[in-house]
Each structure stands twice: as C-alpha cells, then as structure tokens.
Ligand binder design. Sequence first.
Ligand SMILES: Nc1ncnc2c1ncn2[C@@H]1O[C@H](COP(=O)(O)OP(=O)(O)OP(=O)(O)O)[C@@H](O)[C@H]1O
Length: 354
Amino acid sequence: MRDRFVNQALTKWMEGTGKESEIVISSRVRLARNLCDIPFPNVAAAEQTKAVVSQVEGAIKDAEIEQTSGELIFVNLEELEPLDRLVLVDKHLISPQHAEEAAGKGLILRADEAVSVLINEEDHLRIQCLFPGLQLEEAWDLASRIDDLLESKLDFAFDEKLGYLTACPTNVGTGLRASVMMHLPALVLTNQASRVLASLSQIGMTVRGLYGEGTDATGNLFQISNQVTLGRSEEEIISNLVVVATQLIDHERMARQVLLKETKPQLEDRVCRAYGTLTSARIINSQEAMTLLSNVRLGIDLGIIQGVSPQVLNEMLVLTRPAFLQKLAGRELSPFERDVQRASLIRERFSLDG
Ligand SMILES: Nc1ncnc2c1ncn2[C@@H]1O[C@H](COP(=O)(O)OP(=O)(O)OP(=O)(O)O)[C@@H](O)[C@H]1O
C-alpha cells in the first residue's frame, strides 16, 4: 500500500468528478491541531517531535477510527527516499515544507488518498481532506469526523476564548483553511484575472499558486482560500468560500462566452496550436507544458477539441512533474532528459484518446 502512494501518479482529486469540475479542479479542507504540553514543532526538541509521532500513530491504530473513516496508514517520512517525498508533494498529499526535511516527521494517509494527516509540519497535526471538483462541504464533513476521532484519543491544545492554538497566530481559532483549485484561463485571456483576484483579498480571501504558499499560478490554476480563521464558525468559512467560488465560476463562464463570441478564430487557433505542439513536441519544459495543457483543457471544455478526456490536464499536473518523471525512469534525470521524457509521455497520453 505504501508503495502505491509513491508509485502511482493518479490520485483522488484528479478524478474530474464532483460539482463544477469543468472549472474547479479540487477542494481542500485542512485543520491545524497541536498536542497539549508539547512545544510547537519549530521549537520542539527531537524527542518531543518523536513523542508526537508515536502518540498520533498510536491513536490511529484504534479500531474505532478505522471503522468510521476507512483504513488509515501511517508512513514515517524518514523511511521514504527524498524523491518519493517529492512525488507526494506533486500529488498534493504533503506540502513542499513537509518534504524538505524528514527528521521527526510523519504522515497518515487513507487508502484512497482523500485524507492525509501531516505530523510535525508547521503544527503537530495538519488534517487534510482533498476532493475532486467543488466539494468543500464534503471535505469539511470528513475532516471534521477525522478531527473528532483523533481528539477522542489525543489531548489538543484548546483555549476557551481563542479556540485551537496553532504555531502561527493566523491559524488560531478554527485552525481551518479551506481552498479551491480553479482553472481560470478565460479570465486570464481577457485580462480580468489580476483585477478579479486582487479584489478577493478585500473580502478575506487569499490567492496562491498550484503548490500553495509562495508559489506562482502556472497553467492558469489558482488556489483560493480563506485568510481568517478566528471569529467565524467553520460552516461560515466553508459557505463563504462556496459563494466566492461560485461567483468566480460565473465570471469564468462569461469570459469564455465573450472569447467564443468576439475572438473565436484566435481562440480556436490558440487551442489547436497547443494541441498540435503537445502531440508533436519532442522536448518540452514543465512551464510550457502547463500553459499548453491549460489551452487544450479550455478547448475541450468549449467543444473545440473532441475525443480527449478533460482529465488529461489533472493527470498531467502530476505525471509531468520532475519527481514523477524520475520515478518512472527509475533514475535521476538531467533537466534536458526530463524535457525529452515529458514530451514523450504527453504524446503517449494523447495518443490514447486521439
Ligand atoms: N484546493 C486544493 N487542491 C489541491 N491541492 C491543494 C489545494 N489547496 C492547497 N493544496 C495543496 O496543499 C499544500 C499546502 O498549501 P498551502 O501552503 O496553500 O496551505 P497550508 O499549508 O494549509 O497553509 P498555511 O500557509 O496556512 O500553513 C500545497 O501543496 C498545495 O498545493
């Protein structure tokens, strides 16, 4: 089972199912939790982080947890190769920070990869639920169940006034960050993305790139999440984000119609050129691949390209990443070798549908 997590690129969130999956790639809910009487991971001593890992590992062995939430598997990050940890980052099962230094870190995964619990990342526990499409309520519901189960076995740091205590004050309270990963190519092409996304900060939302904090939006993919965790209930945070995501979906749909109406030949040209390059290129870097895949996905959504599965973009997000390419090759690849391998993999994938 552990091997499958790092050997198989496909994961639940890229299934392309769920509501509004044409525009919303995935929905995520994460809860930050800490154990009482143990310092936060950034200041804890080695034996204290170890104690956190073993307490959490012990808690999930409890039969009741397995029955209620499905099989949960413990993975000690120290036992994974650095490349395997990067594959988990590419699959969005752990954050880049969690992969960086494995000492004293753990991970719990549910067999279907919809649940991952990061042990000793910024907080002792980061409970994450990741679903395809717009399924924030579903992700919250599952995260909350896992949280309750863990809390029945572990003593979480909680203050009557403030709520859950966290390493970074911006997470105090609910400890909840909910996010949606959205594909917004038409807003970008009609030059509305910067204005629309900038306005989100005024209503308490944060916009990030594909790999979270500090990353850029490539492939016209934007992660939108709540900024505030304190003074609002979990349900309010989730429903606010659903409203924002729904408005963005409407904007994106309108922009797509404008493109079709006012610049159809240019749009078709862009989409078909992207398809032509992806199905012919012999060398391609990940930035170019992402941009072209985004154009092809737009073409599929608008019926310009037929017979290609819309999931292609989701799958390629992981398959064409440096870590996974090296995993497939079974050895370290130079950047040039990766570009050759990436082009070949993309051609192969498209030939399956074409
Ligand atoms: N909706 C989503 N779909 C897929 N992956 C997501 C989504 N939201 C976040 N992620 C992934 O989760 C990881 C962590 O993201 P990010 O840094 O934004 O959040 P965080 O660590 O929970 O936040 P904080 O900065 O508050 O600690 C990244 O790898 C990111 O790509």
